[in-house]
Design a protein around this ligand. Structure first.
Ligand code: GLA
Length: 422
């Protein structure tokens, strides 16, 4: 196994293991991890078969543990100071029976383990400390990081039962992402797209990744402008209703495609012969302009946003290819306006953070990030303006919203990994 220089989160989890667990182990102490993500542009496009442009960040979910001689899995969460136990025996048949007894954080882990078992992989039991420094629920996909880290942990602790990699491995990175997406659906009830898990699996230092969410073709684009910073500002707002609003948006997109398909097939029969319309991804801005009137007002706004957002991703890609990172800024403001006014997934606190950022010269662009209704904003900021932004946020945000915001500067970082400590 490669000797890797460990990130702080796996290091801390390793240091805690022997304080929490002791037992009869059949393997050495090891760590496994996977990163959270930010999404530069391409929000709510993934489940419309569209494009996204995320980067994995230098924050990870981490496991540190050892293989057990039996089929039990004991987990200690450093975030919740809580221990749970689950069993590999009977999965996936007794999944639901085990799931309801677990706290939410452990349901993601059980979901992934159950999907691995379904895939025919024979796992071994283990004890592990589960920690990490991706802010929980803060919009950097802490749950996807946890899911992908679980696959890494199972691979490490099951001692060769399966491997993860691009070539000659049991699971390719995007197969891991799809497996984790299924686990997320089961654990959270959110019909989420593949953005978060794919971003975690595909992380590469100093690069963003353009992912075509239909073909799953991925292309890396250098993202390292030392005089620019990616600043993530957490509203501190978490809303329970977000899952149902998310699923509703997804349904609205599907309804809009159906109506647009009907009219396009009638009006442009030759187009139908060459291209099947399955998702909003397949509707060009020109076609949308011609036929949007067939849609009820609310579907018109939803579909209009998604079609424009896909175009924005491609515009940003072109700018990054030309090294014009600063010009990405205005596209982020536009993305936010669409999410606020047409897709309607923003909220007062997110809008306030974006308005505050707009007042600071040196902030090139900002928008809400992720599913919406809380979570965080992403800001593209001249590095020498980061302190000014921090100061205004601290001065104005609590007064305007009643919440405290936390501010993080993120670097594009590598993907998941594992390492033996001894
Ligand atoms: C959440 C989902 C993703 C994606 C974003 C919105 O993060 O998990 O699949 O749909 O919202 O872009």
């Amino acid at each position: 196994m490669d000797k890797v220089r460990l990130l702080p989160a796996p290091r801390e989890a390793l240091a805690q293991f022997s304080q929490i667990f002791d037992g009869h182990y059949v393997g050495p102490l090891g760590a496994a991890w996977a990163p959270g993500r930010v999404n530069l542009i391409g929000e709510h496009t993934d489940y419309n078969d569209g494009f996204v442009l995320p980067l994995a960040v230098d924050r990870v979910a981490a496991f540190a543990g050892r293989t057990r001689a039996d089929a039990q899995v004991r987990l200690w969460s450093t975030h919740f100071n809580e221990q749970v136990q689950l069993s590999l025996e009977g999965l996936p048949g007794n999944f639901e029976e085990q799931r309801i007894k677990l706290p939410v954080w452990a349901r993601y882990i059980l979901g992934v383990i159950s999907e691995l078992v379904k895939a025919g992989i024979v796992l071994r039991g283990f004890d592990a400390v589960v920690g990490g420094d991706v802010p929980l629920g803060g919009g950097m996909s802490s749950s996807a990081a946890l899911e992908v880290a679980t696959v890494q942990a199972c691979s490490l602790f099951s001692r060769g039962a399966f491997t993860i990699g691009e070539t000659n491995a049991t699971l390719k990175p995007l197969e891991v992402a799809a497996l984790c997406q299924r686990a997320e659906h089961i654990a959270s009830g959110l019909r989420s797209g593949i953005l978060d898990q794919a971003a975690s699996c595909l992380g590469r230092p100093e690069n963003a990744v353009l992912l075509d969410c239909r073909s799953l073709a991925a292309r890396y684009l250098p993202f390292n402008a030392p005089d620019l910073s990616l600043v993530v500002i957490d509203t501190s707002v978490r809303r329970e209703l977000a899952a149902s609003a998310y699923n509703e948006r997804r349904q609205q997109c599907e309804d809009a495609v159906r109506l647009l398909r009907e009219v396009i097939i009638k009006q442009e029969p030759s187009y139908e012969a060459t291209q099947e319309i399955r998702a909003l991804r397949d509707i060009t801005p020109g076609q949308f302009g011609r036929y949007q009137d067939v849609l009820p007002e609310i579907l018109r706004r939803r579909a209009g946003y998604v079609i424009a957002e896909n175009e924005r991703v491609l515009q940003v890609v072109e700018l990054l290819e030309k090294g014009k990172v600063e010009e990405v800024g205005p596209i982020l403001w536009k993305g936010h306006a669409g999410l606020r006014d047409e897709y309607e997934v923003s909220c007062l606190e997110l809008d306030t953070l974006v308005e505050i950022a707009r007042q600071v010269s040196g902030v090139l662009g900002a928008r809400m990030m992720g599913g919406g209704f809380g979570g965080c904003t992403i800001n593209l900021v001249r590095t020498d303006a980061v302190e000014a932004l921090r100061a205004v946020v601290h001065e104005q945000y609590p007064a305007r919203t009643g919440y405290q915001a936390s501010i993080d500067i993120c670097q594009a970082a590598g993907g998941p990994g594992q390492s033996i400590a001894e």
